[in-house]
Design a protein around this ligand. Structure first.
Ligand code: SF4
Length: 715
């Protein structure tokens, strides 16, 4: 009999942007191997041994059940040569006939940095289009755009320790207790150790997180800019400005404060529909705290004014000098495990690799010369919503969807379905077979999963960690970077994609960050260039930049007050609040908000397989205040049909979103909440993406997934 071997590895959790280290024990016997136990890595600086429920159940969501085993063409089992040829030939054909902008990649924050790097290289340097965008567009692209407006670069200034060292933590649009649980545990512990620490929650909903807070301000959805404009005005009128910081390190304060003139405490309270005393208390806390971190997430970003909201927060930190020092800063927290890594290597349609800009001719030349590539993207490509619009309009004729499920996660599902149905070729590569988008695919490519993949990810605090494969690929699955390189080579790009290991890709990426950098760009990994295989394998978690000046990485950015704008000064942005796109009306009188539940991940393609994870909340529901339930004549568990102007445009059979009622008096009156994860439930649709408009922020392109105007009818 074959002997049994037990192996211990350290890797990174794939279920959120906290990026916890995970120690995994696997056993192998002969050809077969399986993951048997997981525990938090005691030495990992993100989690110090902690895991949340999702992380601790990784062994249960890692089985072979529901995996893709072989390539499929037209729904039938195929083999790799045929599938790679089918994709490469069609993409080449479309490019030859219609130009490079007629093809697109829609990728994912689930990909590793090395996967992302080669996908971006193929599209921007070899095909010659900017049409590569990511589901991170739905997650944090507004935060990226706001950082770029204020700092000149997409630079997260803070680190997780700042959350523990701060006198005041302001959580805006975040239910971190459920969405970033390990970070929230760290916050709770810090508060226990320091009873003087204050926690303020700004969220229309009273969520599980708010229970730990000192103050909860349930603002009307979409009014954040007014709240922070009011804070800036309060700081100025009450002499709490850090004038020395403003004059030495910033520009644009006068225009910015002029835009706040109207926002008195009373005006803000009226506009945000909250108590004046609460607003005053928050302003006093912020003004009087020597240190403060604003921790913000989807509630800020997923909005048609998401960039402005983030800049309104950043303005207040610049005005008080609460940035670049311990316990301070505007801290955007990402949802996905590698949304940050994707940003770094150019996974957004409007960016080049390594935080260089498509619009900058020198940057384009640096990248093309470094890659020795035949072309370089001349202008920004299509952002997610525009990409699917272009497919529907017949402009994009072939799309490759990697490790994501737009049929459930994109707003206005009807349009996504119509677009994919019209597309000449839809390719989906994923590790799981229950991705709803596969139903629309001409070619399906089986990719390796979390426990099989090898590379790096970057978490919300700029910390690069290794994800280490410890099980062999399932069936015929291949690594994403290999699949992309195979297609590139088949398309005729003989050089540029001859990698034999992700370490080689990582090394090339590090080299590009250093190319003609000289401190002019924030992202510098020159200190990680030239790692030996053993050094790459053993790479300890480290925060970029990593270079000669910072060989052990850098905890905190902007400590010297120098930014990456042309003037080296941070920019205040003058802001005026805008309302959400879909406003309530007599026909659609309720607001629908969306978000996650504690134990599920995205569209449940992996976490949905665990009975333990489903036991917390086993089905979708629509949460509402008791007063709304009475008005609608429903009780807990009764079924409601939900419609918006978006879903009403569909045929009846496609548009029905039917959910059971959940009474939750943490909801403001007239405002409902439903989770994003489910697609079908009891033979009717629980997929709320039917209801949301694909209207998006004019700068970031991030869709407004937190605000639909709906009607609700008892079924
Ligand atoms: Fe995984 Fe996030 Fe939970 Fe950490 S907090 S264990 S990264 S899901």
């Amino acid at each position: 009999a074959a002997s049994t071997c037990s192996q211990l590895n350290t890797t990174t959790c794939p279920y959120c942007g906290v990026g916890c280290g995970v120690d995994v024990t696997s056993i192998s016997q002969g050809e077969s191997a399986q993951l048997v136990s997981v525990q938090g890595t005691a030495s990992h600086p993100a989690n110090f041994g902690r895991l949340c429920v999702k992380g601790s159940k990784l062994a249960e969501t890692n089985g072979k059940e529901g995996r893709l085993f072989t390539p499929l063409i037209g729904g039938k089992t195929s083999h790799w040569d045929e599938a790679i040829s089918a994709v490469a030939n069609k993409f080449s054909d479309v490019v030859n006939k219609h130009g490079p902008d007629a093809v697109a990649f829609y990728v994912s924050g689930q990909l590793l940095t090395e996967d992302y790097y080669v996908a971006n290289k193929l599209m921007k340097g070899y095909i010659g289009s900017g049409n590569i965008d990511t589901n991170s567009r739905l997650c944090m692209s507004s935060a990226v755009a706001a950082y770029k407006r204020a700092f000149g670069t997409d630079t997260v200034p803070c680190n997780y320790e700042d959350l523990e060292q701060s006198e005041l933590l302001v959580l805006v649009g975040s239910n971190a207790a459920w969405t970033h649980p390990v970070l929230f545990q760290r916050i709770e512990r810090a508060k226990k150790l320091n009873p003087n620490m204050r926690l303020v929650f700004i969220d229309p909903r009273r969520t599980a997180s708010c229970e730990a807070g000192d103050l909860h301000i349930p603002i009307k959805p979409g009014t954040d800019v007014a709240l922070f404009n009011g804070l800036l005005r309060y700081i100025e009128r009450n002499h709490y400005l850090d004038s020395a910081y403003i004059s030495a390190f910033t520009e644009g304060f006068d225009e910015s404060i002029a835009a706040c003139e109207a926002w008195t405490v009373k005006t803000v309270a009226d506009y945000c529909d909250v108590d004046t005393a609460q607003v005053e208390q928050f302003y006093q806390l912020f003004a009087n705290s020597d240190s403060a971190v604003s921790f913000y997430s989807m509630g800020v970003n997923q909005s048609t004014s998401g960039v402005d909201k983030a800049n309104a927060i950043i303005n207040c930190h610049l005005a008080t000098g609460k940035i670049g020092r311990a316990g301070c800063g505007p801290f955007s927290i990402t949802g996905q495990p590698n949304a940050m890594g994707g940003r770094e290597v150019g996974g957004l349609a409007n960016m080049l690799a390594c935080h260089m800009d498509i619009a900058n001719a020198e940057h384009r030349s640096i990248v093309q010369n470094y890659w020795h590539s035949p072309t370089i993207v001349p202008e920004a490509g299509l952002k997610a919503v525009d990409m699917f619009d272009a497919i529907e309009q017949g402009k994009v004729k072939a799309i490759w969807v990697m490790a994501t499920n737009p049929m459930v996660s994109m707003p206005n599902r009807h349009k996504i379905k119509a677009a994919l149905a019209k597309c000449e070729m839809v390719v989906v590569s994923d590790c799981v077979a229950n991705n709803d988008t596969i139903a629309m695919a001409d070619v399906v490519l089986p990719a390796t999963g979390w426990s099989e993949k090898n590379g790096t990810v970057t978490n919300s605090e700029r910390r690069i960690s290794r994800q280490r494969g410890f099980l062999p690929p399932t069936g015929e699955a291949r690594h994403d970077w290999q699949i992309i390189c195979d297609v590139a080579k088949k398309m005729g790009f003989k050089s540029g994609f001859n990698y034999s290991h992700p370490r080689e890709i990582f090394d090339e990426y590090c080299g590009l960050t250093a190319e003609k950098n000289n401190g002019s760009r924030d992202l510098d990994l020159s200190g990680l260039q030239g790692l030996t295989p053993a050094q790459y394998d053993n790479l300890a978690p480290i925060q970029w930049p990593v270079n000669k000046a910072n060989p052990d990485g850098m905890k905190r950015m902007f400590t010297d007050g120098r930014y990456f704008t042309a003037s080296k000064k941070a920019q205040f942005i003058a802001l005026h609040p805008r309302t959400p796109e879909q406003l309530t009306s007599a026909e659609f009188p309720y607001v629908l908000n969306s978000g996650r539940v504690r134990d599920q991940w995205h569209t449940m393609t992996r976490t949905g397989t665990s009975a333990d994870l489903t036991s917390h909340i086993g089905h979708a529901s629509v949460s509402m205040n008791q007063r709304d339930a009475v008005q609608l004549g429903v009780e807990q568990g009764d079924l409601l049909a939900l419609n918006s102007s978006v879903s009403a445009a569909e045929s009846q059979s496609q548009s029905e979103v039917i959910l059971p009622v959940k009474i939750d008096n943490g909801q403001r009156k007239g405002e409902f909440f439903a989770p994003i994860h489910w697609s079908e439930q009891n033979h009717s649709s629980a997929n709320i993406s039917h209801l949301f408009t694909d209207a998006n922020d004019p700068i970031s392109g991030q869709p407004e997934l937190k605000h639909a105007a709906i009607r609700a009818t008892k079924v």
